[in-house]
Design a protein around this ligand. Structure first.
Ligand code: NAI
Length: 356
C-alpha cells in the first residue's frame, strides 16, 4: 500500500466514511456514528481502527453479515446491570448505546454494568471510555475479537486480541485513557511487515510449531503480552464479554475474515463506576491531575523526552490532527471517494493467509 498521505478535515473524513457505508446499505444514522468512531481513531493515530476498516465493513454489509435494521433492545437485569441486545447490528452503534445505559445506571446507583450481546466489530475501545470519563465516571470496557493468539505455551490460536480500555476523569485536563490489545502486536502489524518485506521482532508471533518467528509469512499465531500474564488477561476479557453473556467463547468466537454473510455474535462489556459514590469527586479528579503532574516530573530515561500518562500520546496526535488535518493513506482516500463498494478481498477461511 502506498504511504502517500493526504490530510482531511474531521468532518470530511466522517462524511466520506458515512457515505461509503450508506452506499453499501447501512442506514444514515448508523453510518454517521461509524464515521465519528473511525474519525476518532484516525485523529488519535490509531489507524488500525480507522478508515482502513471501511472496505472490510462495506464487504460484510454487502454480503449480508451485518443486520442493517437491528432490533436493539435493552434488558435491565438488576439494579445496576443489564444486557443490550445488538441483533448483530453495527458493533460501533450497539456498544455506544449500551454505554449510555451503563452511564445512566452508574449515575443512579453508583455502578453500571452492561453487556452487549451479539454485535459486529466495535472498534477502538478508547471511544467508549472517553465518553464515560467526560461524564465524570470511571470506565472499564472489554470486548471479544477473533481467535488469533496462542495460549501461553501452546501452538494453536485460541483467544482473540481481546482489548481492554480504562478511563478516569481528571481536573482540568482530558481524561486518562489506557487502551490496549492483549497481544504484543495486532495482526495488522504483521501484514505491514509482509508488505514491506521486513522481519518482525521474535516476541510478536509464533510459527506452526508454536516457536517464536521473525518471518512474517510463517506466523500462525500472535503472542500474548508478557507471557502468562497477557494470556490470563485475554482469558479474563473473553469470560467477561463472552461467557458472562452466554456467547461463544475462546476459539469458538467468529472470525473477522471468514463467512462474511453471517453475523459475528460478538460480546462487549462496559463496567462504569461513579467515583462520587466512593469519595469526594473533586478531590478524586484533583488527585489524578496531581498524579499526572508528578509523572511528568519523573526524570526520563535515555531515549525518552518525558514520561507520558496513558492516552497522552493519542492526545498529542489528536491536537496535531486538529491543526494539520487527519492523515489518511492515499489508497484509502481513493477508495472512499470512488464508486466501488468493495473489492471482494476480505472473505477467506485461513485467518493467517496473506490476503488482506
Ligand atoms: P497501543 O500499543 O498503541 O497502546 C497501548 C497503550 O499504551 C495505550 O493506552 C497508550 O496510550 C499507551 N502508550 C503508548 N505509548 C506510550 C508512552 N510512550 N507512554 C505511556 N503510555 C503509552 O495499543 P494497541 O494494543 O496497539 O491497541 C490499539 C487499538 O486497537 C486499541 O484502541 C484497542 O481498543 C483496539 N483493538 C480493538 C479490538 C477489537 O476487536 N475491537 C481488538 C484489539 C485491539
Amino acid at each position: 500500500m502506498s504511504e502517500e498521505l493526504i490530510y482531511l478535515e474531521a468532518t470530511e473524513l466522517e462524511s466520506l466514511v458515512s457515505h461509503k457505508l450508506q452506499a453499501a446499505g447501512m442506514s444514515q444514522e448508523h453510518a454517521e456514528e461509524v464515521g465519528r468512531h473511525l474519525r476518532y481513531a484516525d485523529a488519535r493515530g490509531i489507524h488500525s481502527h480507522g478508515a482502513v476498516r471501511v472496505e472490510y465493513y462495506a464487504e460484510r454489509i454487502a454480503k449480508g453479515g451485518l443486520t442493517l435494521k437491528p432490533a436493539f433492545k435493552f434488558e435491565q437485569t438488576g439494579p445496576s446491570t443489564g444486557i443490550f441486545h445488538g441483533d448483530n447490528g453495527s458493533g460501533h452503534v450497539a456498544a455506544k448505546e449500551g454505554l449510555f445505559h451503563a452511564i445512566k445506571l452508574a449515575q443512579d446507583t453508583g455502578v453500571g454494568i452492561v453487556g452487549i450481546s451479539k454485535m459486529g466489530h466495535s472498534g477502538m475501545l478508547s471511544y467508549y471510555a472517553d465518553i464515560a470519563a467526560q461524564s465524570d465516571l470511571i470506565c472499564l470496557t472489554v470486548c471479544q475479537s477473533d481467535p488469533m493468539a496462542v495460549p501461553f505455551g501452546g501452538t494453536e490460536p485460541y483467544f482473540g486480541t481481546n482489548p481492554i480500555a480504562f478511563s478516569a476523569p481528571t481536573q482540568g485536563e482530558r481524561p486518562i485513557i489506557f487502551d490496549m490489545a492483549t497481544t504484543v502486536q495486532a495482526w495488522g502489524k504483521i501484514l505491514d511487515a509482509r508488505s514491506k518485506h521486513l522481519e518482525i521482532p521474535n516476541n510478536w508471533a509464533v510459527d506452526v510449531q508454536g516457536q517464536p518467528t521473525t518471518d512474517p509469512y510463517k506466523v500462525q499465531g500472535l503472542l500474548p503480552i508478557a507471557g502468562p500474564k497477557g494470556y490470563g488477561l485475554m482469558m479474563m476479557v473473553d469470560i467477561l464479554s463472552g461467557s458472562l453473556l452466554g456467547l461463544p467463547f475462546g476459539k469458538h468466537v467468529s472470525s473477522m475474515y471468514s463467512d462474511l454473510s453471517k453475523g459475528r455474535n460478538l460480546g462487549h462489556l462496559h463496567i462504569v463506576i461513579n467515583p462520587a459514590y466512593f469519595t469526594d469527586l473533586r478531590q478524586f479528579k484533583e488527585n489524578l491531575s496531581t498524579m499526572i503532574a508528578e509523572l511528568h516530573e519523573n526524570q526520563p530515561t535515555k531515549g525518552f523526552d518525558q514520561v507520558l500518562y496513558p492516552g497522552e500520546l493519542a492526545e498529542k496526535i489528536q491536537a496535531e490532527s486538529d491543526i494539520k488535518g487527519i492523515p489518511i493513506v492515499r489508497e484509502i482516500y481513493d477508495y472512499l471517494i470512488s464508486e466501488t463498494i468493495h473489492f471482494d478481498k476480505y472473505d477467506h477461511s485461513d485467518t493467517f493467509a496473506e490476503k488482506e
